[in-house]
Structure formats: structure tokens, C-alpha cells
Design a protein around this ligand. Structure first.
Ligand SMILES: Cc1ncc(COP(=O)(O)O)c(C=O)c1O
Length: 386
């Protein structure tokens, strides 16, 4: 009945994670969604009232998105050191659709694509639909190890395997929490030139920086080879599903075919609401509010980890985003039922790998729970790991 393409997608990880996120009264470190009490309800009401009087907000729109929002986002890309124009921007339904639009347009069955180990597993599912051959590159505290990547690329070349694309989450990685250093971004851009591949730079968390300085986007170092994905999901409201893609001119036309044959255009009402939310200065106010709300939660988690975790457990120390990544020395899949029984949920690390799962990792979200519950939850996890 079903196509091999769709049967070939392993969704067990997604189902497990969604079940954990819905997990009732437990202290949940499993989610990755914004806190609903932080949605900017007042400003949203304001904007929606005005947009609902606009007839054009209820009409079909251009496949690439409404021109005003595309121009606004081209200007925003300067803050990531990218010089671009509205003609190189496409509005998508979430960056999830951006991943799909790119994969549909670029991946033929058997194409080699490199993914980080670990990586965002829903992107893996999307890629799986198009039947690529995955190759994993490991991460450390400064993102992709470009030294290892270079070796890998040489090895693949010697096997006559041509790499089509690399997928990376350079800022506050999901799940690892780490940020790629500027030096490595430059090196990655150089390698893309030398080995002739595309970089898919996925940046939904970049604005959620609580410490340190912004690092320029990879696209600023390789504008002709990088497709950048940005999203309003984590800084505005994910329910609108408004995100964007910034690609070089030569790629936009075929990406437009990929998008148009999928859904004709992105929901027009959401685009106008987002545009107005930006134009009235509400977006930056909201980002500030989120940073102020999330930073103490990250600090609470890092302090609790320091206080309670036994010898041998290691974790990343993110400067932003939503996740801390733990190396526990114990099987995190096997431990999960006991953790849930004790009232704490996390996502076992094994779901975040394309090829070789590391079973002793766990992803902890710190943006959802209160500081007190974060402290309690980490104490319980530490007891289970002792
Ligand atoms: C790395 C990464 N990419 C993409 C997405 C999808 O986000 P959106 O809501 O923009 O589709 C997520 C969502 O959590 C994510 O973590």
C-alpha cells in the first residue's frame, strides 16, 4: 500500500519523544517547545486585530512569500553578517518545511549527505524520505570538528563518493547545546568550496543567546554555497509556522519549484501578523523577555548539575538555546522508565544519531520548568545515576 519512501522513515524516535513531552505531571526535561505563559498575548492581540481587517491577509500569496516580509528578513540577515536581498529569501511553514524543501530539491537516492553526530532527529527523518546515504561527523564543545571532517571528506573522495550536502545546527545545537567557533565556520566554508558541497545551516535558536558574543553565520563565509534556515518558532509563536530560508540566487528558482509543488504558498495571515509584529518592534522586546526568562533557568540547571551529579558525569555548558547534553556513563534508554517512575523525563541520546547511537547520552531541556523544579529534577536524576 504505502510507498517504500514513506515506509523507509524510522519515526520511532519522534513517537517516543512526543509521548515523553505529553508526560503529565512529571518534571519534564524532554520538551523543546517555548513556555506558553511567555507568549506575547497582549501584543499578539493588538497585531491580529489590525491584520484581520486586511483583505490581502486572507488571499493566496506568492510562492516565495509576501515581498514586505522577505525584505524585512533580508535586512535582518545583516545582523548575522550576511548581505542579501528579498529575492534570496523564501518564507516557509516552519524551518521544518525549509529542511524538506531543500531535501526535495537536492537529494537523489544514494546521494551522500553528512550529518552531525548527534543531530536534530526530525531533520534525519525528513532526509530519510529522499533515500540518501548518511555519513556522521562528530561534535565537540566547539561544534563540528573540522579536522575530522576534512579527513572524512578525503576518505570519501578516495572512495569516489561525492558529498552533496552537510546539515549543521551551528548555534546552541539541538541536542548538544554547543556553538561552532568562528574559526571552524570559516574552515567549513573553505571545505565546501574545495570539495564542492552545499551547507544547510539551520539556526532556530540563534537569538536565544544569554552569554557571550554572537558568532557570524556560516552563510557569511560561503554565501554561494550555504542555504540558511531561520525560524520565528522559538522567538515568537510556533503555531503560526512562519520561518524563512536564505539561499543564493542560483538556487532560489528550483527551491521555489520544490516549495510551490508542496503547498502553493505559506499561510498569508501568519506572514502579515509576523511582519507587523516585527515592524512594531514587538519581536525584539519579546526576544529580550525570553532571554531574561530562560537565562536563570539555564543557570539553575548548571548549578544543580554541579551540586548533585556524581563523579564521571559530564555535560555541555551552553551560552544559549534550550538544551544541555549529558554524558552519563549509564544506558540512558534503560534508565528512562525508572526516571519517569520517579517523576522526571528526558530524551535519551540514542534518538539523535543517523548511524551509531551513543547510549549513555541524554538531552535536558531547561526552558520549560521552574528553577525549583529544575533543581528537584536534577537531584533525582543524579540519585539515579549514582
Ligand atoms: C534544529 C531544529 N531545526 C528545525 C526545527 C523546526 O522548527 P520550526 O518550528 O521552525 O519548524 C527545530 C525544532 O525544534 C529544531 O530544533
Amino acid at each position: 500500500m504505502f510507498s517504500e519512501r514513506i515506509l523507509g522513515v524510522d519515526t520511532s524516535a519522534l513517537r517516543r519523544v512526543l509521548a515523553l513531552v505529553r508526560g503529565g505531571s512529571v518534571i519534564s526535561f524532554a520538551g523543546g517547545v517555548p513556555s506558553p505563559e511567555l507568549f506575547p498575548m497582549e501584543e499578539l492581540g493588538d497585531v491580529i486585530m489590525d491584520v484581520s481587517k486586511m483583505r490581502e491577509a486572507f488571499q493566496y500569496g506568492p510562492a516565495l512569500g509576501i515581498p514586505e516580509l522577505r525584505e524585512e528578513l533580508a535586512g535582518y540577515m545583516k545582523s548575522w553578517s550576511v548581505e542579501t536581498s528579498g529575492g534570496e529569501i523564501m518564507i516557509t511553514h516552519g524551518s521544518q518545511q525549509g529542511i524538506d524543501v531543500v531535501a526535495r530539491a537536492l537529494i537523489d537516492p544514494g546521494d551522500v549527505i553528512i550529518v552531525e553526530a548527534p543531530t536534530y532527529f526530525v531533520a534525519l527523518n525528513t532526509f530519510q524520505i529522499y533515500g540518501p546515504e548518511f555519513v556522521e561527523v562528530p561534535l565537540d564543545s566547539r561544534g563540528i570538528s573540522t579536522e575530522l571532517l576534512e579527513g572524512l571528506l578525503q576518505e570519501l573522495e578516495s572512495q569516489k563518493k561525492k558529498v552533496k550536502m552537510i546539515y549543521t545546527v551551528p548555534n546552541f545545537h539541538n541536542p548538544a547545546g554547543v556553538t561552532m567557533s568562528e574559526r571552524r565556520r570559516k574552515k567549513l566554508a573553505k571545505l565546501a568550496e574545495e570539495f564542492d558541497f552545499i551547507i544547510l545551516e539551520d539556526n532556530p535558536y540563534g537569538e536565544l543567546r544569554y552569554l557571550g558574543k554572537r558568532v557570524r553565520s556560516i552563510r557569511s563565509f560561503a554565501p554561494d554555497r550555504t542555504i540558511y534556515l531561520g525560524s520565528f518558532s522559538k522567538i515568537f509563536a510556533p503555531g503560526f509556522r512562519i520561518a524563512w530560508l536564505n539561499a543564493p540566487k542560483w538556487a532560489i528558482e528550483r527551491l521555489e519549484v520544490s516549495k510551490q509543488t508542496s503547498d502553493v504558498c505559506t499561510n498569508t495571515f501568519g506572514q502579515y501578523v509576523t511582519l507587523e509584529f516585527m515592524r512594531r518592534g514587538y519581536l525584539w522586546k519579546n526576544v529580550e523577555r525570553l532571554r531574561r526568562a530562560y537565562w536563570p533557568k539555564l543557570r539553575a540547571m548548571l548549578e544543580a548539575l554541579d551540586e548533585f551529579m556524581p563523579e564521571g558525569v559530564e555535560w555541555t555548558e551552553p551560552e544559549g538555546g534550550m538544551f544541555v547534553w549529558l554524558k552519563t556513563g549509564k544506558d540512558a534508554d534503560a534508565l528512562l522508565p525508572r526516571a519517569v517512575e520517579r517523576g522526571v523525563a528526558y530524551v535519551p541520546g540514542s534518538v539523535f544519531y543517523a548511524l551509531k547511537p551513543e547510549r549513555d547520552r541524554m538531552r535536558l531541556n531547561f526552558t520549560f520548568e521552574s528553577e525549583d523544579r529544575i533543581n528537584d529534577g536534577i537531584r533525582i536524576l543524579a540519585e539515579l545515576l549514582s
